[in-house]
Ligand binder design. Sequence first.
Ligand SMILES: [Zn+2]
Length: 524
Amino acid sequence: MKDALSLVEAAEETLRPLAQARNVTWWESQIDASAENERRRAETELAYSDALADRDLFAAIGAARSADGDVMVHRQLDLLHHLMLPHQVPDSVRVRIVELEAAVEGRFSRHRGVVRGMAVDDNEIKRILRESDDSDERREAWEAAKTVGAAVADDVRELARVRNEAARALGHRDWFALSLTVDEMDEGKLLETLSHADRVTAEPFSRWKSALDVRLSERFRCPVSELRPWHYADPFFQEAPAEGSVDLDPLFRGKDVVALAQRTFEGIGLEVSEILGRSDLFPRAGKCQHAFCIDVDRGGDVRVLANVVDNHDWTDTMLHELGHGVYDLGFDEELPWLLRTTHLVATEASALLFGALAGQREWLERVLGIGSGEAEQLESRLRAARAAELLAFTRWVLVMTGFERVLYANPDGDLDRVWWELVARHQLVTPPDGRQAPDWAAKLHVAVAPVYYHTYLYGAIVASQLRDALAAAAGGLVDRPEAGRVLGKKLFAPGSSVRWDRLVEQASGLPLSVESLEREVAAA
Ligand SMILES: [Zn+2]
């Protein structure tokens, strides 16, 4: 048997070029969605996934993990184990999961709901739910958004059964438990954190939502008791409706959003010009319409894809993606390749921390350059809007996470009923009378990003903790190079050499806790 160090070195040598090829072809398929690029992407994805399925390598890692040895080598063995574990299932199961995911995803992209006799896409449904004052039209749009659920529900249940089969073959209770294990998350701690988040948001959410409902009942000319899911601003009420929030777009019209983002990071002593030079930032035909940041080689090749226009949302997004980017550039160069990466909770926290700046008074004054009088007028409304966003989002995560636990505990249960019970309990939304439909299956994440939603909530919580810690250590974030140094040293540099929960504690001075969140939502 190879010694542990040569084992991790050999694994790196195999995985590194495959991962890099996969990242490059992924990038190319996103900036130019040609059939050739898609074919190459699928090819490199398969090669990488085959390497992770290598049974001999996995067995050798397992044996080396149970022996004593160097801490850093052991850490790499742990990460390799987590990375490879979900791929160690019979090939037939692996293929079945990929097929079902592709089938569901394909149906999601082809499916169009119908409103007033016309096939409509998601953007049109969202537009109606934002703009229409006609309850009947809104109801039709909302119902149209759910028809995809009925089309995929059987496959999503089957996916849950097959994923459970895979998890049990690997010695885990179900897919929910397996997913948490490979993400180094403790299930008991997760449930405790979620129920704590539930407790601290229940009262402020209920207060905020009562006020919202009064405004909605005026807008739609109906009593509060007649408000239904289609009266909120998106199909799942996952975002705070515009009522009561602040429209910052006029402040950003005509501004150079990329330059503002660069200026923000320079003020903190973090260099982003190399990232921007490698990036693809503006809308163009044939290109992915969303935004992401990718670390191609864990050696400095970090790129952002965006579709920047001069508004608040895209400024938030640019800061968000560069918040991922500076993290990737900040890994200690001495770390081995396997550790020059980080947990999703940690990088998402960095991204959310920077993205939120575009809605904060200090940034608007110092970086965007609005007058201090205007900034002062905006401040309390900005704070309230931020609290409302966090409240709506937290309650929505409670629905999603609660649902997924039940889904994997029993994929054959009465999921339609479970879904509406959770929506009524956490989001205080009255279900449509007599509704019997698989509305849970209309959320794409349930099928293709399983057991992931809690990561967003954790990221938001850690971002709040970091903000508090930086206020104490450096007086804030905007134009404080000391804040950049603290983030670089305590959060970015360690990469994956420490577990994410210890990293959070080290960077924010506290273990993950909902106290910062509790303070922020109190402003609603
Ligand atoms: Zn992100």
